[in-house]
Design a protein around this ligand. Structure first.
Ligand code: PLP
Length: 374
């Protein structure tokens, strides 16, 4: 039996009775789109994050696309984000007809380098930039204080991509509630995951919420009358009911992820690898536990042979991918950090149901690799 890197089925089995009951309830209700379960989940998730609005949508990519539209980005405008992210972040910018301007990351938290954002805003393309997307990658918050200050000074939008950071905090505030709006994915392996696709946008701004409500269903305010040109992106009742169940366990799951990270941190001390960093004032939720090693490929091969799956998120920066390299612009300051770390990063298994015994096996296998080399 391989130790998986993530295991959404384990989360189902751990809560099978409650989830099965919630699913059956929706099926028997006969109401499958835009109903009371969606409302309940939207209210509970907004309450959990400390925002006044939450709008469920079809997936995390749509959440970003709609958020950009709602904060006023138009086709032909430019939007700053990172190249080291799920391609979805950049795809959403591209899909709405804006130009992705990709900027390098800091080497410890793998999130936007604010100095390079500032330099890019000062550069030739700066005047076209209408928003920044801060990605809280792996569950660690980006440097929101500095990014808010920059966004305010330039009068541009700030969207948080929280797809990997449900429940993460920055100065005790939940991510998603800090910028103009926050976007979430509920893809099955995320910290809060559905059994299918799902996403949400949260905001404290009622005009932004209003615009998203219109855009998400054909531009309708009144049924069958499109007030603006719209789109279709809905979170269905089944996924909403499942997410509402799972929301109640999110903090426990994140706490367990933090414990696992702590055990890895202790067990892997003293080896020639870099361990994840948690900045002061930040609450990391360890969607991924990412180490850096100059012998990454050999290490991952060794772990696979020992029955341990690992992952590389992500092996190729978006600005080098064939589908996007001609559709993005590079910001100021180069891509030195991004292009270096993609050769070294490795995600070790982490999910709430991972057992202490399996954690020990992973630690022993990593240690074994470096002993073997001596
Ligand atoms: C998963 C993810 C997304 C996309 O979410 P989907 O639900 O797959 O559309 C966007 N950004 C980041 C950082 C992600 O990890």
């Amino acid at each position: 039996m391989m130790i998986q890197v993530a295991d959404p089925k384990a989360s189902y089995l751990a809560h099978k009775q409650e989830l099965d009951a919630a699913i059956t309830e929706v099926m028997e209700s006969g109401w499958y789109i835009f109903g009371s379960r969606l409302k309940r989940f939207e209210n509970n998730f907004a309450g959990y994050l400390g925002t006044t609005h939450c709008i469920g949508v079809a997936n995390g990519t749509d959440a970003i696309l709609l958020a950009l539209r709602a904060v006023g980005v138009k086709a032909g405008d430019a939007v700053i984000t990172v190249s080291h992210t799920a391609v979805a972040t950049v795809a959403a910018i591209d899909w709405m007809g804006a130009v992705p301007v990709l900027v390098d990351i800091g080497p410890d938290t793998y999130t936007l380098d604010p100095q390079k954002v500032e330099d890019t805003l000062q550069s030739e393309i700066g005047k076209k930039i209408k928003a920044i997307i801060a990605v809280h990658l792996y569950g660690h918050p980006a440097d929101m204080d500095t990014l808010i200050e920059i966004a305010n000074r330039y009068g541009i939008g700030l969207v948080e991509d929280c797809a990997q950071a449900h429940g993460a905090t920055f100065n005790s505030q939940k991510v998603g509630s800090i910028g103009m709006c926050g976007t979430f994915s509920f893809y099955p392996t995320k910290n809060l995951g559905a059994f299918g696709d799902g996403g949400a946008i949260v905001t404290n701004n009622s005009e932004i919420a209003e615009r998203i409500h219109l855009l998400q269903q054909y531009g309708w305010r009144e049924r069958y009358i499109s007030e603006v040109a719209g789109y279709n992106s809905r979170l269905d009742e089944l996924q909403a009911a499942i997410l509402d169940c799972k929301l109640a366990w999110l903090d426990d799951g994140n706490q367990r992820r933090r414990e696992i990270a702590q055990q890895y941190n202790l067990g892997l001390q003293g080896l020639p690898i870099s361990l994840p960093v948690e900045r002061a004032g930040c609450g990391h939720v360890y969607h991924q536990y990412v180490v850096k090693s100059s012998v990454r490929d050999a290490l991952s091969k060794h772990l696979e042979a020992m029955g341990i799956r690992t992952a590389i998120l992500y092996p190729m920066p978006v600005h080098l991918q064939p589908g996007y390299r001609d559709r993005v612009v590079l910001g100021q300051g180069g891509m030195q950090v991004t292009e270096t770390i993609v050769k070294e990063i490795l995600s070790l298994p982490i999910f709430p149901e991972l057992s202490d015994l399996d954690i020990e096996k992973v630690v022993e296998a990593v240690r074994g690799h470096f002993l073997k080399q001596k």
